[in-house]
Design a protein around this ligand. Sequence first.
Ligand code: 9WN
Length: 437
Amino acid sequence: MDKQKLLEDARKVLDGNDLGLWTQPAPGLYPHQWLWDSAFIAIGWRHIDTNRAKEEIRTLLRSQWYNGMIPHVNFSSQSAYHAGPSLWKANVSPNCPPHILSTGISQPPVIAEAVVRIGEKLSYEERKEWYNEVYPSIAKFHEWLYRNRDPERTGLVVIVHPWETGMDNNPPWMELLHNYVVSNRLWLMENLGLTKFIERFRKDTDIVPAEERMSTYDLHAVYEIAQQLRHLKYDDGKILKKQKILVQDLAYNSILIRANSHLAAIADEVKRPLPKLVKRACERGVGSLDELWDSEAGEYYSKDYNSKELIKVSCVGSFLPLYAGGLAPERTKILLEHMNDPLEYGTDYAVPSTPVNSSYFKPHCYWQGPVWINMNWLIVQGLKQNNMGKEADKLQKATLELVSEKGMNEYFSPLDGQAAGAPRFSWTAALVIDMLQ
Ligand code: 9WN
């Protein structure tokens, strides 16, 4: 692997997608600012220019709603996108500031991680200034999550839309989606055989082949859920009472638990109090995930908030408790066995987003099989913090080799490494830069 060339290629992708105050994830397909993309992207930018990395986060924080929510997409008005402002009409919510054009949902809270990583590159004084600047918004965001999305104070927040997970068509969510009739319109579309016809009007498949994206049925189900949330004016209280598809999502909560530790470290450095609910979440730490552990399967799962049942369908999110914090060594060992088992996640190119023995597995289809570089990055951090340094190094090296061989794509087949999705994908480039340092 030619590390210098890889670094230069990654740098070119970031430069090419840089729009000054923020970075588009991929030209054409994703022309706006996404929450977790920008956090990962800032983790790359910090090695090139810390001011530019800060700007990425500042732009994101400027899209914050009055109630603390940071939206999953911050729209730049001009560019066409398949699920743009007219789907969301976010200003039906009194919480959406009038100058903001955004979606009405959020995405995994990787922001505190990015803020701390940028902080590592600054002098003590600069870091304090940086932390003082961003702390109030991030604390407000985490507080919103616990106040509005965990009203029963279970320690696990509820996710209300598959796009909030960032892993759009991941199997546990699709399992729920297929078990409920999302709407009559969708039922008719499927049963009158209209799906094929409707497929012609998709915008995303003009750019990426249809077999690498969500199915038309699933995509329309996802649009329908967005419309249902819009009708409820994005009021979390009403959403948690009325919606059928609500999940205490494993990956989301794992990321949030790690983010809380970062937030606590920031608060400590700038001598500010943590919001009470966040402090409580910090005390619970990875222990909150215990109720998602299924000892029989030796696996963590997401939970259906309405039925209170675990959704016993595996996806790459199963490994994110490693990222959340220090797990009991027996659990880490069991998770690694799943990761290395050739019948599950032990593919030639690691780590697949869905295990090969799952009925959902499709090697090129989005979050139902392909390897994603952000997932590998999160798992590498998780392995490191669980004293699995050798395994972390191995996965990091394999990840860099994969991108070096196949390109800066959005995702890759776990069977033969074939590149798929959008080319010149920003977080692939940013996290490659980070791993190369
Ligand atoms: C919907 C931008 C985003 C990522 C998500 C990824 C994909 C959007 C889409 O692109 O989702 O949010 O249009 O398919 O699944 O993780 O943040 O890169």
